[in-house]
Design a protein around this ligand. Sequence first.
Ligand SMILES: NC(=O)c1ccc[n+]([C@@H]2O[C@H](COP(=O)([O-])OP(=O)(O)OC[C@H]3O[C@@H](n4cnc5c(N)ncnc54)[C@H](OP(=O)(O)O)[C@@H]3O)[C@@H](O)[C@H]2O)c1
Length: 259
Amino acid sequence: MNDKPVAVITGASRGIGKSVAIALATEGYDIAAIARSVDSEGMENLCPEVEKRGAQFFPVGLDISCTSCQKEVVSNILERYGRIDVLVNNAGVTPLQREDVLDMTEESYERVMNINLKGPVFFAQKIAREMIWLRQQIADYKPVMVFMTSVSSVRSSTNRAEYCISKSGLSMASTVFADRLSREGILVFEVRPGIIKTDMTAKIKDKYDKLINEGLVPQKRWGLPDDIGKAVASISRGDWNFSTGMVFEISGGLNIHKL
Ligand SMILES: NC(=O)c1ccc[n+]([C@@H]2O[C@H](COP(=O)([O-])OP(=O)(O)OC[C@H]3O[C@@H](n4cnc5c(N)ncnc54)[C@H](OP(=O)(O)O)[C@@H]3O)[C@@H](O)[C@H]2O)c1
């Protein structure tokens, strides 16, 4: 059994997930970093970032939408570390093409829902079962789950409905897991990022540069992956131990309703 606590982060090879992995390594967690492939430049670059913070790095290949592949992955992580203390369900995608909701295809809907909703929900279910068991085995065990949703879980974009619908569903998944797992001593949080500068938003950078300049985001800047990493670090540190089910919107003030 690993002495140090262990964090499992999906979608860790780039962007927000990478920042979360580095932040949790800094907080004293050993890391299991999940992406579709372990042989990417992103995973290779993440390894030294984690290790120079004194943490172990275990790269794991998993397409999160493959629910039948998840059991083996959970077993491999437990075989390597013997414990999972934090799960950050972060992997997610946008539609390959932005189409009006009236033209949305079933193929695109299924792709996005399988990666953004079905995959994370059943991964959380499997890890929750292990956490319940681990609670009886480890003294001072403080398990936490984080669901990475989006401001799109409560805001409509008519040209990427499948994304909004998936994130809205994931937001409720976070609430349901928080409710069920509260009696098991497992805390569950939703982190809801705003407009964050990553590969995901690279294609729409010019459009959002302009909108942000014009005041769309009250704090008048792009969010950075580190903004999200810091929030997850705070959650994992136990700063929010009486707040299970809480939603952290990290969006530079997009949450402000104004006239
Ligand atoms: N960027 C934003 O403005 C923003 C705003 C709100 C919410 N979010 C959410 O935050 C999360 C991270 O977004 P990001 O901006 O960091 O995205 P990103 O830069 O595109 O990175 C996505 C990550 O997910 C992994 N991934 C993609 N498909 C996967 C699959 N089927 N199975 C396993 N891993 C997969 C990718 O790894 P590989 O390609 O190496 O597999 C990569 O590590 C997503 O859930 C996203 O919806 C982002």
